[in-house]
Design a protein around this ligand. Structure first.
Ligand SMILES: Nc1nc2c(ncn2[C@@H]2O[C@H](COP(=O)(O)OP(=O)(O)OP(=O)(O)O)[C@@H](O)[C@H]2O)c(=O)[nH]1
Length: 590
């Protein structure tokens, strides 16, 4: 009985196992089939997705092409319209005699802009940088503000001119100057007040008959100077921007923060750079005096002595040192007094063919400007000699640089006509050498956008210097790097000799270009010294000659000064300077 029971149970178990195995198989099959189906589904979905993706890609491609063709069409028609408008404007201008506007056009211009009435073409023959009709509207002296980062250059310019030169977003975010800043200021003298309180400075749009605002005075002041500040960045990586600014400086303010030991690296580097440029007129501003006085008066005297020792043996050796607080405007009147009395009025040749070096260029049109409101390109710079007038035909060299089919560089100078002249907010009928001016031209504004024409020279057609592709430079090499903190091993700051085939960066006027040294020669053992040995900066230089193939062609002339830098520790460092002695020129395209 027990045995039967056991057999039955075994059969039951076998059946159960059998069914279980069957079920398992079924499940596995099901699972497999489902998986298969899923896979197929997935493949199907993928296929569908791919198709959709391809279709959408094709759709986007088509719509992109459509948009592109519409844009191209719009651009072509816009360009045609622009060209029509420019042609018409050019024809209107062409109706005048070649160099001047006719009486009717001058009248129209003056009706549109009554400010211009202060200037007439008749005045042009007897102008000087201090003529009231000139300084009423335009700055005639360029003053650079140089020195170490955050020593107060922009703050001092603002204290004198009322203009905040830090304008670009990145500059505001990082609170440093990145591009060259500009600001014009008029300096007046009160006939009754004692010096230095009698010296007052205002922005360049102030009227000429301003009243003295010293307590109880109210006398009418005399406009004695109209100056233009070139605010240089103090950061070490922006040295070549500073050198571009140095190309147009007549004088400089070296700003030294009194609350720090002197010299800081860029204080030395900037002073050496202006020394190289043979700039003799330098005023030293001992800034942030408010901070030092809080500590002690002795600290101010100690700092003064440090500055005095630092400038020994340099171009600034005899320069006055003016204590000042740019932020609190303390002693800013004394700075103005020295600007008027210590800096001589630069002598310029007003009768020469005009030559303006371009240090900025802009597109002044706002996004979305319509064709009829579109303005031509604007270039900014300083006239070195001669006078530019509205209506003048001009040429810009080297102009547009491109390569031909064989890879050879070609230059196409830009020819245009001046339609407006502007000194900050003042419209001009003519502009003289000195302060920075904006020149409105009848050229496509895309050519002048984003400083594209910096380094070019503007003048009368056919009267500009040649374009050079290769130059021979009589040069001096600095012995040691300037602008590098002299801690630790000083030997690492020694400047190695220039070798053939090395690439350096060259600054000529406002142009900056890399160039490959093809030959270096020792010509004589003549040495030149600029800095006192005491301060362990730079002392002796040997004169040599190097021949350089320039990466970008330069519009320059024999005798022009050149500063050059070498890439050291990922930064370009000033290592020497020289003078162009000869060169190879290139023809220009029409
Ligand atoms: N207490 C005090 N602070 C000052 C004075 N002048 C400038 N500052 C401050 O110093 C900082 C740097 O001033 P900036 O004028 O931007 O210096 P900068 O030399 O133009 O700087 P970079 O152009 O970037 O080289 C700012 O925060 C100023 O407010 C001053 O006379 N006294």
């Amino acid at each position: 009985m027990l045995n039967q029971k056991c057999i039955l149970q075994k059969i039951d178990i076998d059946i159960i196992v059998y069914f279980l195995i069957q079920r398992l198989h079924k499940d596995i099959n099901n699972i497999y089939l489902k998986g298969q189906a899923k896979k197929e589904d997935q493949q199907f979905i993928n296929l569908q997705y791919m198709n959709e993706k391809q279709q959408s890609q094709q759709r986007t491609k088509k719509s992109k092409e459509k948009r592109k063709s519409i844009r191209r069409y719009q651009l072509i028609t816009k360009n045609q319209e622009i060209q029509q408008i420019y042609k018409q404007k050019a024809i209107n201008m062409e109706m005048t005699s070649n160099q001047q506007l006719n009486a009717q056009q001058i009248e129209e211009l003056m009706n549109r802009n009554p400010q211009l009435r202060k200037q007439t073409y008749e005045q042009i023959t007897n102008l000087s940088p201090l003529s009231p009709e000139v300084i009423s509207r335009q700055a005639t002296i360029n003053i650079g503000t140089i020195g170490h980062v955050a020593h107060g250059k922009s703050t001092l310019v603002k204290a004198i001119s009322g203009v905040h030169t830090v304008k670009f977003k990145q500059e505001k975010v990082r609170n440093i100057t990145i591009r060259l800043g500009y600001a014009n200021a008029k300096i007046y003298q009160c006939p009754s007040c004692p010096a230095p309180q009698c010296y007052k400075s205002y922005s360049s749009d102030k009227t000429d008959d301003a009243k003295c605002d010293n307590e109880g005075c109210n006398q009418t002041m005399t406009l004695i100077r109209h100056v233009s500040f070139v605010d240089c960045p103090g950061h070490d990586i922006l040295m070549s921007t500073m050198l571009t600014g140095a190309a147009v400086m007549d004088a400089a303010l070296l700003i030294v923060a009194g609350n720090m030991t002197c010299p800081q690296p860029q204080t030395a580097e900037h002073l050496a750079a202006v020394d190289i440029m043979k700039l003799k007129h330098i005023l030293i501003i001992q800034n942030k005096i408010d901070i030092i006085f809080k500590e002690s008066k002795d600290a101010a005297v100690q700092n003064y002595k440090e500055i005095k020792q630092f400038i020994l043996g340099t171009n600034a050796e005899n320069s006055p040192i003016i204590p000042c607080s740019a932020q609190l405007k303390y002693n800013v009147d004394a700075v103005c007094q020295y600007i008027c009395t210590y800096f001589p009025v630069p002598q310029r040749d007003l009768k020469a063919n005009p030559k303006l070096i371009i240090i900025r260029s802009f597109d002044v049109n706002k996004p979305g400007a319509t064709v009829d409101t579109l303005k031509g390109g604007v270039v900014g710079g300083s006239i070195l000699e001669g006078i530019l007038k509205i209506g003048d035909e001009i040429e810009i060299r080297p102009g547009l640089i491109s390569k031909d089919q064989n890879g050879n560089v070609k230059c196409t100078p830009i020819k245009s006509r001046i339609v407006s002249l502007l000194a900050e907010k003042n419209d001009l009928l003519y502009a003289v050498p000195g302060g920075l001016i904006g020149v409105g031209l009848l050229v496509d504004p895309s050519i002048t956008r984003n400083d594209r024409l910096v380094g070019n020279v503007l003048g009368y057609p056919g009267k500009l210097p040649e374009i050079y592709t290769k130059i021979s430079v009589n040069f001096y090499l600095l012995k040691r790097l300037i602008g590098v903190k002299s801690e630790g091993d000083n030997r690492s700051h020694k400047i190695a000799k220039i070798t053939a085939l090395e690439t350096l960066k060259f600054n000529v006027g406002s142009t900056e270009t890399p160039g490959r040294v093809v030959q270096v020669q020792d010509v004589n053992k003549h040495t030149y010294s600029i800095f006192s040995q005491k301060f362990n900066l730079i002392i002796l230089f040997k004169q040599n000659v190097m021949t350089v193939e320039l990466n970008n062609p330069l519009c320059t002339q024999i005798g022009e000064k050149v500063a050059f830098s070498r890439r050291i520790d990922k930064k370009f460092r000033l290592i020497g300077w020289g003078v162009i002695k000869s060169g190879q020129t290139m023809g220009v395209q029409n």
